[in-house]
Design a protein around this ligand. Structure first.
Ligand SMILES: Cc1cc2nc3c(=O)[nH]c(=O)nc-3n(C[C@H](O)[C@H](O)[C@H](O)COP(=O)(O)O)c2cc1C
Length: 211
């Protein structure tokens, strides 16, 4: 095996180190977070640190980088209290990736990258029309991580919108591969996915059972 130690990766050029470390945690669910600022300008950003926190209540978190590096999404979430998360599909991946550029606060990133704002009844924040699976969150908690000045932003699920062609299975599962939802690795690589198998709830003393 090749062995890497802190002394090795601290000697690397910063982008080489970032690519290596970012790849280690594996494939991520890359999605677009839609927000609106206090002046009403919509904002869109690529985020891959989404994490399931709990199902009841339904809580979803993501990590926001230090404010100086990624100021707009978090500021808008704080100002408005609501935000959307939108799955990404291969046919608009290039546009989705472009939202990671540092646009000024007054720029509408939907217009800038060529994606379409969609507003649902009674919801002020924008969804991505091109996305087949999208959901609305209300801000519940921002947990500062003092180690590196990042934030765990936790929202409660308020509404979910799924394209009519994509029904949950009889046990509630969403086949994201059939929806064409992409995933990511590091900060620049994206993948389509293929289901290997689903398994029954694992119990000690029993072999894993395919569904
Ligand atoms: C694949 C990918 C994943 C990213 N994931 C995150 C993330 O989880 N958290 C984060 O703060 N920024 C992430 N970024 C960077 C943001 O997209 C970028 O900072 C963006 O401009 C958001 O800035 P804003 O909040 O100022 O709009 C990611 C970028 C890419 C390309």
């Amino acid at each position: 095996m090749q062995q890497f130690t802190p002394a090795v990766w601290q000697s690397w050029e910063r982008f080489y180190r970032a690519n290596f470390i970012n790849s280690l945690t594996g494939f991520k669910s890359a999605s677009l977070i839609g927000t609106i600022n206090a002046e009403g300008v919509p904002n869109l950003g690529m985020f891959s640190s989404m994490v399931h926190i709990g199902s009841d209540p339904a809580l979803i978190g993501y990590i926001n980088r230090p404010i100086a590096a990624a100021p707009h999404t978090l500021a808008n979430i704080k100002a408005n209290g609501f935000y959307t998360i939108n799955h990404i599909h291969a046919n608009f991946l290039d546009k989705a990736h472009q939202t990671s550029a540092k646009y000024p606060d007054e720029v509408n990133e939907f217009t800038e990258v060529g994606l379409t704002e969609e507003y649902m009844d009674g919801v002020q924040v924008p969804f991505v029309k091109e996305s087949h699976i999208k959901y609305l969150l209300s801000l519940k908690e921002i947990v500062p991580i003092q180690l590196n000045d990042t934030f765990l932003v936790i929202g409660q699920l308020e509404q979910v919108f799924i394209d009519p062609s994509l029904r949950p299975t009889t046990d509630g599962f969403l086949h994201l591969d059939q929806a064409g939802t992409i995933c990511s690795n590091g900060l620049d690589a994206y993948y389509n996915t293929t289901l290997i198998d689903r398994f029954a709830y694992a119990k000690p003393g029993k072999s894993a059972e395919k569904l």
